[in-house]
Design a protein around this ligand. Sequence first.
Ligand code: ZN
Length: 347
Amino acid sequence: MGIVDEDIGRVREATDIVAVISQYTQLKRVGQRWSGLCPFHAEKSPSFSVNSEEGFYHCFGCKASGDAITFLREKEQLDFVGAVEALASRAGITLRYTERDEGEGRKRQARLFEVTESAAGWYHDRLRTSPDAAAARKYLRGRGFDAEEVARYRIGWAPDGWDLMVRSLKISQSDLEATGLGMKNKAGRLQDFFRARILFPIMDERGRVVGFGGRKLPDADGPKYQNSRDNELYNKSKVLYGLNWAKADAVNHGEVVICEGYTDVIGFARAGIPRAVATCGTALTEDHVRQLKRFTRRLVLAYDGDDAGQAASDRVYAWERTHDIEVAVVALPPGSDPDELARTSPE
Ligand code: ZN
């Protein structure tokens, strides 16, 4: 099983099933129960019912039923342990594990998340306070970022040095390589992966840092964008930037907007549409679609003006049938992108 029984009991006890399910569908109190549109099948009138005292849900339409753990397993495609862990983290409960092996794997993952978390914090502090980040701060101000946005998106600065982060945080070589934050160079020394870049932490849908998107300053050398390479925590064909923020609004509005980059996601939020996610440097994949359709079945593609036609390829339209989704395409003015439009013409 993996998790100590007593801890599973504590998680069940601490879990408010109405709060969990409300992230996926709107529930209204009806007498002793809660009722809403079923998050497992498409319907126009509510046949989904939740008993908060007993911690169970039931759908009279598609017969889906279970407790909070079952719910998360179905909606998030998690195994039992994963679902209990998700609920435990919501409730602030630290779990104990029974089998050494499985516990070790999860402990390792938790440690790697601590590494990415501390790196995100370090880069963020650097951007806010370090003299060498003055040009980065000026650039961000010029792009309309205020202090509140810089904090909310945890934007950071990777200084122009070989190993400033590595030395400061004393991360082991294996953890550096497992998280893509650094590597051993030819001289046998540990070095930072990101240098002289503005960094946007990329989070999974639970808000844990899995990677970084790096943007160079306009007059610096090198490619404009450099993202974390795939590593133990980050798989670019599965992760969508911004999903942790967008999912609630996507459920409430019945659609999610898909754009190209992190600044586009932020542009949409500025324009009052906080339900955008970005594929970071890759085309939309079937894994992305599978993730998104757990929240909504309507996908709105908002790629840069010039790429709109390409993004709405036959491949994506074919998914309408195979995945039972609806694809719409936003016609942005040619040569424009959402980030820029949010500043010049948000309506
Ligand atoms: Zn149903």
